[in-house]
Design a protein around this ligand. Structure first.
Ligand code: FES
Ligand code: FES
Length: 210
């Protein structure tokens, strides 16, 4: 094991520790934002983020990604391209994964949002977070929160029998590497940890082979 390897794990654990403190931050940020100094009408938005109700006053043009990062300080969710092309901003809304950069926060008034901070804690990691560590499913880690949110949702989609572009038998969605790769194709990893991400997902799904 190289010292570089140890450092990356340390970074991941540090990030997980930061995530554990996020609910406190979101509670502190639940107070309404100040009205825009330019007179832009602000819209009230209520969300349940990682199990906690938050009340915001937002410029209606605020994306869900910016509401999470800039207003609630939940910076686990990353801004990569801000154009729906990289998947770094993936969060789970009402049980479905979405690119939070492509949707406005006001469109999700009253909805439940789960971010990487809500999946697990440093003391009790989500199985997918554990599997990413075990299988080295990351290097720099920038894409990792989005990858993990997507990976959790992908297994639920397969379990629910939701077909993908590569599903051969629509009546019975088979678990395979091809299904995983297709469904994860919206999450780009500049470090190319793709094979290890698939291994982590197989591990969590209890599959030993494709
Ligand atoms: Fe949303 Fe890239 S930041 S898809
Ligand atoms: Fe670096 Fe994916 S781990 S971009």
């Amino acid at each position: 094991m190289t010292s570089d390897h140890v450092t990356r794990r340390g970074l991941f654990q540090g990030g997980a520790a930061l995530a554990a403190t996020a609910p406190l931050v979101s509670q502190a940020m639940a107070a309404p934002a100040q009205p825009s100094s330019k007179g832009t009408p602000m819209s009230p938005v209520e969300l349940t983020v990682n199990g906690r109700e938050v009340h915001l006053q937002l410029d209606p043009r605020t994306t869900l990604l910016d509401a999470l990062r800039e207003h609630l300080h939940l910076t686990g969710t990353k801004k990569g391209c801000d154009h729906g092309q990289c998947g770094a901003c993936t969060v789970i809304v009402e049980g479905r994964r979405i690119n939070s950069c492509l949707t406005l926060a006001v469109m999700h008034d009253g909805e439940k949002v789960t971010t990487i901070e809500g999946l697990g804690t440093p003391e009790a990691l989500h199985p997918m977070q554990k599997a990413f560590i075990v299988h080295d499913g990351y290097q720099c880690g920038y894409c990792t929160p989005g990858q993990i949110c997507s990976a959790v949702s992908v297994l639920e989609e397969i379990d629910a029998g939701i077909p993908s572009h590569v599903t051969e038998d629509l009546a019975q969605v088979a678990f395979s590497d091809a299904e995983l790769r297709e469904r994860m194709s919206g999450n780009i990893c500049r470090c190319a940890a793709y094979s290890n991400i698939i291994a982590a997902m197989r591990d969590v799904a209890g599959e030993t082979q494709a």
